[in-house]
Design a protein around this ligand. Structure first.
Ligand SMILES: NC(=O)c1ccc[n+]([C@@H]2O[C@H](COP(=O)([O-])OP(=O)(O)OC[C@H]3O[C@@H](n4cnc5c(N)ncnc54)[C@H](OP(=O)(O)O)[C@@H]3O)[C@@H](O)[C@H]2O)c1
Length: 327
């Protein structure tokens, strides 16, 4: 598996990583053994980068990763976690004492002295503007609670503000064939600054697999049922912010662009990998089969210019008006 430098962390990570929100909650039930099997399938397929958060299943995702890595200390996995959503999303909560408490809990969950990377978990925009927040994050590094910090953002403007800070090692942002805005300014700025880009929601919550129809029903405890209009968290995190009916129709057109025997999901991942500036793409997987298929996309042939152009034409025609101005 191709390895890329993750921005200012200076560490190498696999170009296809694994998102582990699925192993916490909000995606229907995923049993413990199934979750461990997903982690193992990814590692066996060459993945060396896991993305998690302290709130995924209230720590379940982190604890499962910690358990897996205790059993597989040789796996060489870089773990990025997130903090900041255990309290109400108010700017005054992003202070050193909370950062210490939150990161200490993640260290215990993951079973490590020093966290590889902690990302601020989509805080309010104003948090990125203050010096004190970044000073507090620098303190965590100095205290060796964390080796590096980054941000996970909702908007391109937040990404640009955060990456102007010298200590910001990485930016996690939604980037997929239904979310092209980061290509305009964020990725070029990241390349220039040497900041890593972690591309999340790469399959638009599964839409880009082309498997869903307008009749598809998700479990009641799956955010694809209960957050379609942003009822619980930012609407952009569910189906990339595209309404489901439009998304299903556009995904059918996207599926027709997949070259040869490539699946639509692999084509979406391949498209992301080819965007200059991307360090790692982190598809979520609910089964070992999905984890293996996603890792294999790293070795698939590059998409042709004609396919890249067709993806952009599809975005401009079907999706742009719904998402481009929002994030
Ligand atoms: N605010 C934040 O920082 C934030 C927000 C969202 C996500 N994330 C991170 O980003 C990761 C990825 O985003 P995501 O999980 O929300 O969305 P995603 O990766 O776009 O979609 C994941 C879903 O795609 C489907 N899928 C995965 N692999 C597949 C394959 N090979 N073939 C067909 N379908 C496949 C599965 O759907 P089914 O369940 O229908 O099988 C899976 O649950 C998360 O796990 C998390 O680590 C961070």
């Amino acid at each position: 598996m191709d390895q890329r430098v993750l921005g200012r962390t200076g560490r190498h990570v696999s170009v296809v990583g694994l998102g582990t929100w699925q192993l916490g909650a909000d995606w229907g039930d995923v049993r413990e053994q199934d979750a461990l099997d997903v982690l193992d399938a990814a590692v066996e397929a060459g993945v060396t980068f896991f993305d998690t958060a302290d709130v995924y299943g209230d720590g379940r995702s982190e604890r499962l990763i910690g358990r897996y890595l205790r059993e597989r200390p040789d796996a060489g996995v870089f773990v990025a976690t997130k903090m900041g959503r255990r309290a109400e999303q108010l700017p005054e909560h992003y202070v050193l004492d909370n950062f210490r408490a939150w990161s200490d809990r993640s260290r215990a969950n993951l079973g490590v002295d020093t966290l590889d990377l902690v990302q601020l978990h989509c805080p309010p925009s104003s948090v990125y503007a203050g010096d004190a927040v970044f000073d507090a994050l620098d303190t965590l590094v100095a205290e060796q609670r964390i080796a590096a910090y980054g941000v996970s953002v909702e908007t391109c403007a937040e990404a640009l503000t955060a990456m102007a800070r010298p200590g910001t090692a990485s930016v996690q942002i939604i980037l997929n064939p239904f979310r092209l805005k980061p290509l305009e300014e964020v990725l070029p700025a990241a390349v220039k600054a040497g900041v890593g880009i972690i591309a999340r929601v790469p399959l638009a919550s599964g839409l880009l697999s082309g498997r869903y129809t307008k009749e598809t029903v998700f479990a009641g405890d799956d955010h694809r049922t209960y957050n379609r209009h942003g009822e619980s968290f930012d609407q952009g995190e569910t189906f990339s912010g595209v309404d489901f009916e439009t998304g299903v129709e556009a995904a059918a057109e996207f599926a027709a662009l997949a070259p040869g025997s490539a699946t639509p999901a692999a084509t979406a991942l391949r498209w992301i990998i080819q965007q200059p500036g991307v360090s790692s793409v982190i598809p979520g997987a609910r089964s070992p089969e999905q984890a293996r298929a996603n890792a294999a996309a790293a070795d698939a042939p590059a998409l042709s210019r004609a396919t890249l152009d067709a993806v952009r034409e599809l975005y401009d025609r079907r999706v742009r008006a719904r998402v481009h101005h929002r994030w």
